[in-house]
Design a protein around this ligand. Sequence first.
Ligand SMILES: Nc1ncnc2c1ncn2[C@@H]1O[C@H](COP(=O)(O)OP(=O)(O)OP(=O)(O)O)[C@@H](O)[C@H]1O
Ligand SMILES: [Mg+2]
Length: 278
Amino acid sequence: MTSGNNLLTVRSLGMRFGGIQALTDVNFNIPVGSISALIGPNGAGKTTVFNCITGFYRPSVGNIELTVDGQSIDLGNLLASRLFGGSHRIARQGIARTFQNIRLFREMTVLENLLVAQHHHLNHNLLAGFFRTRSYRSSEQTAIDHAMWWLHVVGLRDCANRLSGTLPYGHQRRLEIARSMCTHPKLICLDEPAAGLNPRETEDLATLIQQLRQDHGVTVLLIEHDMGLVMGISGHIVVLDHGKVIAMGTPQMVASSPAVIHAYLGVDEKTDEKATTQ
Ligand SMILES: Nc1ncnc2c1ncn2[C@@H]1O[C@H](COP(=O)(O)OP(=O)(O)OP(=O)(O)O)[C@@H](O)[C@H]1O
Ligand SMILES: [Mg+2]
């Protein structure tokens, strides 16, 4: 497999937790500029793949390569170079994420949540912050402007000074997206962004995700159980079951795959055919 036009290349990825083999020989590519989806039944290993890509877990085997402007970086090397802070080093390479269970600083305002996210990306030196030098103040103002702009994009500008824990659930999901976009990612990994949203909010989310790609040039990797959303906006889908890739391709290819139908419904097409001809 070559990197070709792929932003991310996952090769022979394996992850073991004690006696649990969560991922086995997982291989897939994420085309640059795509909206791609990672789907599969509960416990299939989707979040574990995200945790490996974003440096929260160090894979037991395999490698993950990020290719930007023709330059490839082995993310495993970033994790190996030092023991802690791997996820921050990977974020600096341009990979951002949201979480299946929303993780915001609930006691901070909406704006502060975005400032904290950017702080990891700014190279402030401690003394400049302590003495509040002119360059420090100017970079702080830039961070505020940038945060306010992202709040505008996700429709939360009017909520900037509210405590994030008091926002309705759908707004919190959008805030998480704004927070990850604040760091100028090349790839954004969204873990079940439609979970808990009503149909109207899910429709708005679909529009927002498409806008992120079209207007802001980010590649999107989506984990989602809402098949309407997945099939509606993804160009490329990878299906996992019991830690293994069982299908990948366009929505049409995946939807008609017997292995996928079996994984989701517990029946294969032959049994199905029999049932309908009887
Ligand atoms: N930190 C961990 N320690 C032990 N086992 C884990 C850990 N993280 C994940 N697992 C196990 O790995 C398997 C895959 O879990 P994962 O959360 O990746 O599934 P998922 O596809 O995201 O499921 P869901 O759709 O329910 O979110 C499960 O058996 C889970 O219990
Ligand atoms: Mg999950």
